[in-house]
Design a protein around this ligand. Sequence first.
Ligand code: AKG
Ligand code: FE2
Length: 736
Amino acid sequence: MALSEAGHYLEESLLKLSADAESGLQLDSDLVFSLVSYCEMATPPDASEYLMNIVADDRCKEIVTEYLRRRGGGSASLPGDTTQQASMQAYVKPRDDEVWSTTSKKTQKQKMDESSFPQRDAEQKSSASGSSTRATQSAVGHKSRHGGGKGKRGGKGVSLAEAAQGQVIFKRSGPCTCQCTRHNLVNNCLSCGRIVCEQEGEGPCTFCGALVLREGSDYAGLDGLSVPPASEAELKAEEFKNRLVEYDRSSAARTTVIDDQSEYFNIDGNTWLTEQEKEMLKKRQEEEERIAEERRKRVVVTIDLLGRKVVMADQENLQEKGEGQSILGGGLFVGKDVENVPRIKPNPFVKQSPLFMEDKQPVKSGGSGKSTQKWSGAAKRSARVQHDDPVMEALIGHNLEDIGISSLDELSNAWQGPKAKASALQEQAESVIECRLDMGALSLDAAPTTSRTESSQAEERSPPEVFDICLPRGKGKQPHVVLAPSLLKQKQAERIDARNESFNLVIQPGLILLKRWLTIEQQVDIVRQCRQLGVGPGGFYRPQYREEDKMHLRMMCLGMQWQPTVRSYETRRTTYDNALAPPIPESFLRTVDKALSVAQILAAEENGGKSRKVVIDQNSSVPNMAPDICIVNFYEFSGNLGMHQDKDESPESLKKGLPVVSFSIGDSGEFTYGWNNDPALAEKVVLDSGDVLIFGGPSRMLFHGVTKIIKDTAPEALLQKTNLRPGRLNLTFRQY
Ligand SMILES: O=C(O)CCC(=O)C(=O)O
Ligand SMILES: [Fe+2]
């Protein structure tokens, strides 16, 4: 480091002094340079103090004075010159004897002298370290120098090397810039962060003024300063204060909560679990959450067919109530409303679910015309149908007439008969039961469905529906078809059929009825073909004029599709399933042709007498026509067709009066016709199975409709051969 002019002076002077053997100062040039360098960096008081401590020679005083003068500022002060130092030591700890005792025997000079070394005193008290020992030595030297009068110290109290290395602590007089590289650390200033070394010592921070103390320091002398408590109350207050201070100090330790329970719930943070156990627990937790979630979502919907209610109940509710599934196989009658539904609690030992029957009123006899009350064997609505004997079980709860038993004799025969018959009866009864379970979807008048899943409601809901005009054999059949009727009944039916002879009738010009004209064989053929076509593409469906305005029949169009919404013909069933119309079977066309011929002859006879030679011309009331359209309708018992005109064929066809030829098969229907669409004013004619009605020429634009279907009127022979379901099949042939 480059020395100042004052520095050079100091260096020169100290070297000279060292050269003087009398001074006892043996400093080599390096040490002198170090010493001077330090002084150059130190404040004038520090430099002065430092030099005086090391050199300890009277001559040194002059050197120092001159050195400081040369450094300039005129502020140089020598040790012992306390006027300036006092102003620099704002936080000097007052000595006990100065504060509390005014009877000190020390001289003012001594007091001042000592008060200028508080740091030293503190260090003497607090530190037993090596550096403090050095400081003590220094202090001793210093004391001896000032207290012991003048004269040289016996030898050097502090080696220059030690001093140069900062191992000696001098009186605190100002900031030290060593950053603890030379002096030991006292502490960091807690206010500004300044590193305070032992040279600066405890006391106000030289940068910000905050008090800096070493750990465990008693620098502030609070103990010494504390006034002994004057009274008991003060003592208590003091204790209380100490307690509060202690509480405050230890609050963190006291208020830390160790929640050992949290480990139990917190899987990841649980130090007691192995990784595998954590994995396992997590999986189990996830599974439980999933199950709980599913349970929340699950909703049980009960469709109570008998009560005609839909009951919704959540699973938890059910479990709480202790209600399981009911004895009615599919879990019917569960939930809260279960109490309102007549039922029997499930028997845990029953393997097969018993069946329930609705309450059935006695029925009136139909066909015979007699109004006799028949069997009303139905159990009460909620009765459980169960019996060890399969036949008996099959019989209980049913209208025995439905299963072909109309007398006690027949019942007893059935019961005592061979097992085969018994099982047939049971099967029969089961089908009836199934039908009853479907009551919500079926008309009471309707025939049983083939199976529970094929309810008519389902058919309506999910196009394309499949509608079979014939019932499957061996299942869901009519009693009089499947269960062999008694011989007596059979003979009676045949006689009735035989009595219904055919005849032809011109009802009015252009309206001709060929009564029972179709033979049973022709009818059977027509039923079979219609059945086959009806379950295929473009087969039977329930047409509708508009939304929610369904026709009360099932329809299938052959040749061309009649579109009810627009009342016109299309090749495809565009508003339903886009199906093409199946072609009209040839045999049908041949039959139409023959019927038409007969009608023409009739019409001609009606016109021109009994001539055997009939000429059919365009003026005939029954003109020739080549059918290219056949609309096939099937009416169940509730079926009907409102009054209307068939006027969707081509204008030419209509203009020419090309006839509509209608075949009726199965149960009889009440056909109304007239010149306006008021059914009350209309004429009626019952069309039976095998009837052919022709309306053409002047009658082509007649209003007509079907008001009702008459039950149990289909020919036995036809039913036996086709198993045609109850209802009426009608085919109308037209030419577009
Ligand atoms: O079923 C009937 O007898 C009449 C049918 C009918 O009028 C029609 O389909 O347009
Ligand atoms: Fe019609």
